[in-house]
Design a protein around this ligand. Sequence first.
Ligand SMILES: Cc1cc2nc3c(=O)[nH]c(=O)nc-3n(C[C@H](O)[C@H](O)[C@H](O)COP(=O)(O)OP(=O)(O)OC[C@H]3O[C@@H](n4cnc5c(N)ncnc54)[C@H](O)[C@@H]3O)c2cc1C
Length: 478
Amino acid sequence: MTVSESDFDVVVIGAGAAGLAAALSAVEQGCTRVLISEATSVVGGSSRLAGGVVMGSGSRLQQKAGIDDDPSDLFKEYMSLNHWDVAAGPVKRLTARSGETIDWLADRGVKFFDRLIFGGDERKPRSHCVDGGGQSLVNALSAACRSAGVDIALGHRVDQLLTDGDKVTGVIAEGETITADAVVIATGGFGANPELLQKYFPSSWTADWTWYIGADGSRGDAIGFAEQLGAQLTGFDRGLRTLDPHFAKLNEAFLPGWTILLDSSGRRFCDETAPYGILDTLVRARGNRAFVVFDDAALRPPAESADRYRDCYKQVWPNHPPFRPKNYTADLVDENVATGRAKSARDLPALAEAIGVPAETLEGEVHRYNTLAANGEDTDFGKAGKFLLPLSTAPFYAVEVRPATVNMTSCGLRIDEKARVLRHDGAAIDGLFAAGECTGGILGETYMGSGNSLANACGFGRIAGEEAAHAARSGAAS
Ligand SMILES: Cc1cc2nc3c(=O)[nH]c(=O)nc-3n(C[C@H](O)[C@H](O)[C@H](O)COP(=O)(O)OP(=O)(O)OC[C@H]3O[C@@H](n4cnc5c(N)ncnc54)[C@H](O)[C@@H]3O)c2cc1C
């Protein structure tokens, strides 16, 4: 489509959560001519597909729920969980404004549930759940953008950035040249681009196995812009992967509590109900391969314990129906046993042989687990007692899983705490800002938990929009 004008204060590339937050913030900072150029025919990108959980510390909702929290605690936990291997300056700014960003979203029509959840392994509940998920968040922000006068051009993919010397002066989209005082890149990740996944997120890649759950527009166009401008990329091989049994492309963020997870040598190594970001990191440390093991009682539970087998998830989200197994159901497992993808055996030594681990190890681990289950306490890895069900009903099953479901990518443009994009020589590129999944260095080796990425998209979207507005008004970022 053609846009109404060819000169804007701020052009935002991409209409996901980051782009919408950036555009709205630019208007709120006094810009009157703001354009969002969106490649696809819909607003929302991966943001609209999201569960709609947003992490934030110090929000009004937390206070209302009586949760005494402070953004500096979030910053400390963020840094510890990531072994300080993230960009501390930008992360500090993001976390400092994270609660205020939840309030900002709520004030612009995003409806959150009162009840907060634990998104990962944090000490206090900080994950805010949007009623209606990511689509509702996007709807509220795009409605706010439209009523603030933001021009949203759909089917308008930006191919190139316009430059004048070292300064970015606009974009070229669908053959149209559009000038701007400042440009915000908010093009999302590269999960839909197999070549870029192999190059920048190789640990997610297993040929004929890896798949992406996000939007088609996540083609990694920001990486092309980086090449054009000599901008830095950071966050190599980072992103969020969930464990996939290679059955039917069903994303299953959490494992059912009645499974045990074994490494390639047949050893159990964690609480199977751990947050998905933690499971991702643990499996990465074990060669990106593991086995999910369970027994027939889990697939066809006896009537008297059906409830225990059904309610097998630690996580209960107010904006989501109760989690239930997707892949690990009798129908899908039977189907995949028939094709050889899942292994089944009458006894544990035969199962061990089928998956190539020592029989003694597998038998020993199951025996040990069954003893823990009988005692009602997982003294090895701390799984809650209610999930401890013995693996004692033949046949037994084992499914090889890989962290091959790509949820999001976090290698991208390096930005500073003002969302300015940095060149190879370390200088901020004049007139250029970036936010959300197209950036790197903010999300670390371990996904903090549900809400980490939308907090980044909304939080840095706001910062990028504000800074772009300042740049547009003054000719340089404040
Ligand atoms: C199924 C699913 C569930 C998730 N659930 C959660 C959750 O509950 N909480 C959480 O924190 N995170 C969640 N995530 C991750 C999170 O949703 C994303 O990381 C985040 O929304 C990314 O926001 P963004 O604005 O950076 O990118 P996107 O929302 O992907 O938006 C980028 C936009 O840019 C457009 N674009 C790309 N290139 C161009 C171009 N050249 N020109 C113009 N437009 C372009 C795209 O079409 C897209 O619309 C989930 C992800 C998925 C896939």
